[in-house]
Design a protein around this ligand. Structure first.
Ligand code: ADP
Ligand code: ZN
Length: 633
């Protein structure tokens, strides 16, 4: 019995422990090796996390492994350390971390199999393109097909190389100063926060750092909040480094797995990816860039691990001994605070590369407009004039309204009743085309008849959502081309609308926060924000910060080269501190507010969600938990 050897294995399950298994004689397993093992009534492929262990349970209860999966790639020790760090910080099991990666990268499939599948797919695609090129009668079509064939062939060649090739970047004098400051901070092993206004050339600074890192033979990870709609950055990076590996959740499993394989097999690589790219088999990493570090897409809410890629990048940096740089035009308060207490070193780029003035901001008080100038709909006279001027001048206009729908709620003119969602009890929104009432919490829908369900009185829309705003614009500017982009826009049409706007085929675009996606519009000269109050004061202590970031991003990106843009904000509360901060006062106030009200980063918040199919029991248990917590703290 004594010569049985024991290992511990990480399984893709929510287990609080790493179970023991025994290994038959003659098989040598190491940490990171893959084994198939039995668990309850099933079998799983797990990762060996410890070898030659002395179990603290009855050895007779330990089962042998089913097989040693020697053809599956070995997990690196640094990877396992990173999984552990994530599971400890975000309070989940290491198995849940493993499962998430397992699912997103198909860890159970062999490299050789993936390579073969990729090769076959490529062949099929090439054959079909060649066929099309042969058949077509149109010269420009043939050209297009031939170009695609060349591109495919070039891509097929991006197998492992010693080094990705990357062009040198010439920095401006200000950028050079900043890059020296970054170098100094890195040499003290500090995380850098690059606070640079939009258009200051943060991307250039990142690429210059990437170039230096690769020249030293080290790898680079460049994280972005989302790729799908902002291809521009991808194109920009590809023009500097054609060998860049792109990794995000919209790619197929096959492509993602292929990137994972290439990363593992390369001595030196450059990956551009979204948050899950943190979990690639990183090694020899020299630099991690977190672009737009304030962006909420970096946070994964569900399922576990509920991680924020910004914080996780710093953990990965420690494990990999890699430098980390976070950058944004509107850094998160958490990062600004970390800079204040010297955990990070902040460097600043205060001027735009193509000099040009910042957009001007005008605040319109809608309470006064309604009282004094008889404003009735969503647009004040002042704003209508601003839009007219911008359009007459050949510019384009974005109109932001934070609520999709025709009207956020409806009310009975007879009995005053407001129809609410039967499940969530929140007022239901009215949507047109087709007419229906929709709950924005759970998605519940009901047909809309215009009559009150209790007294059959007439229902009247209250307030205006994006659909209504679009309707008003159509009657105010009947000759202009107007479009809308919000949560009701089908996914398949989003990119098309953004493209038409970028190409000047739309004069006015109305939408919710979605319209900031893939934001780069040359002719955009006016951004109008309606009911800006609805951006603030939601039940979230970060709401004001997000509102500020959104407005500041608008400011950074409106205006054509050489011509400053304008931002017009309609609000009922013109004195709100967010507007003061936009007009240039500092960040200290928002941080002070957080301190005063006991919010992070001065405290830690834990959000506990309880679920049960029985409402009474849920209520009872919640009260119980509340009492237990009160007693404990
Ligand atoms: P940010 O990321 O800070 O918003 P970008 O990196 O997109 O700014 O730079 C804004 C514009 O200025 C881009 O068109 C970019 O190509 C140009 N630019 C910035 N720095 C340089 C540089 N050193 N050399 C050439 N062009 C630059
Ligand atoms: Zn509901």
């Amino acid at each position: 019995m004594d010569d049985r050897r024991y290992i511990q294995v990480i399984l893709p399950l929510r287990l609080e422990w790493e179970p023991y298994y025994s290994v038959p004689d003659g098989i040598q397993v190491q940490i990171g090796d893959r084994v198939r093992v039995p668990m309850v009534n099933a079998s799983y492929i797990g990762t060996v996390s410890a070898v030659d262990v002395i179990p603290d349970i009855d050895e007779r209860s330990i089962l042998p492994i089913i097989s040693f999966e020697e053809n599956l790639p070995r997990i690196l020790p640094e990877e396992i350390r990173f999984w552990k760090a994530i599971s400890e910080y975000y309070l989940c099991t290491i198995g849940e971390v493993y499962k998430a990666i397992y699912l997103s990268m198909k860890l159970e499939v062999q490299d050789a199999e993936i390579r073969e599948r990729v090769r076959l797919r490529l062949q099929k695609k090439l054959a079909s393109l060649q066929e099309k090129a042969k058949k077509t009668k149109k010269e420009d079509k043939r050209e297009e097909y031939l170009n695609e064939i060349l591109k495919l062939k070039a891509n097929a060649l991006t197998d492992t190389k010693e080094h990705p090739s990357i062009r040198t970047i010439t920095l401006s004098p200000v950028q050079t100063v900043v890059s020296k400051q970054i170098g100094a901070a890195f040499s003290m092993n500090k995380t850098v926060l690059l606070h640079g206004v939009t258009g200051s050339g943060k991307t250039e600074v990142y690429l210059n750092l990437a170039h230096e890192t690769i020249a030293l033979g080290k790898s680079v990870l460049f994280l972005v909040p989302e790729i799908a709609l902002s291809r521009q950055l991808e194109d920009r990076i590809k023009s500097v480094c054609p060998d860049v590996l792109v990794f995000h959740s919209k790619e197929t499993f096959l492509q993602r797995r292929q990137v994972a394989i290439t990363v593992r097999d390369s001595n030196c690589y450059f990956v551009l990816g979204t948050r899950s790219a943190l979990f690639l088999p990183h090694h020899n990493l020299g630099l991690i860039i977190v672009d737009e570090e304030h962006d909420t897409s970096y946070k994964q809410d569900a399922p576990a691990p509920r991680y924020n890629a910004r914080e996780s990048a710093i953990m990965l940096g420690v494990i990999q001994k890699a430098h980390v740089i976070l950058g944004s035009a509107t850094p998160s308060l958490e990062s600004l605070y970390n800079a204040e207490i010297k955990r990070f070193i902040k460097v600043e780029l205060k001027e735009r590369f193509h000099s040009g003035e910042e957009a001007e901001i005008r605040i319109i008080d809608t309470v006064a407009e309604r009282r004094k100038r008889g404003m009735t709909g969503s647009f004040s006279r002042k704003l209508i004039q601003e839009i007219t001027d911008a359009l007459d001048d050949g510019g384009q206009v974005l109109v932001l309204r934070a609520r999709r729908s025709y009207a956020p709620s409806v009310q009975c003119t007879e009995c005053g009743k407001i129809p609410r969602c039967p499940h969530c009890h929140v007022p239901m929104s009215l949507h047109r085309n087709p007419d229906r009432l929709v709950c924005h919490y759970c998605g519940h829908t009901e047909p809309y008849t215009g009559r009150c369900p209790s007294c059959d009185g007439e229902l009247q829309p209250l307030g205006a959502g994006t659909q209504k705003v679009e309707e008003e614009l159509n009657s105010l500017f009947p000759t202009r081309r107007i479009a809308r982009l919000d949560g009701d826009t089908p996914d398949t049409e989003e990119a098309g609308i953004i493209r038409s706007f970028a190409e000047g085929e739309i004069d006015i675009l109305v939408g919710t926060q979605i319209i900031t996606k893939g934001f780069d519009f040359d002719r955009l000269s006016l951004v109008a924000v309606l009911q800006a109050d609805s951006l603030m004061g939601q039940l979230d202590f970060r709401a004001d910060e997000r509102a500020f970031q959104l407005l500041e991003q608008f400011r950074g990106r409106s205006g054509r080269r050489g011509k400053p843009g304008r931002i017009v904000i309609q609000t009922r509360e013109p004195e709100h501190p967010v507007y003061a901060r936009l007009s240039g006062s500092d960040d200290a106030d928002l941080l002070a507010e957080r301190r005063l009200f006991g919010y992070p980063p001065f405290t830690r918040l834990v959000h506990i969600t309880l679920k049960d199919s029985n409402e009474k029991r849920l209520e009872f248990l919640s009260k119980d938990l509340r009492n237990a917590l009160l007693a404990a703290f």
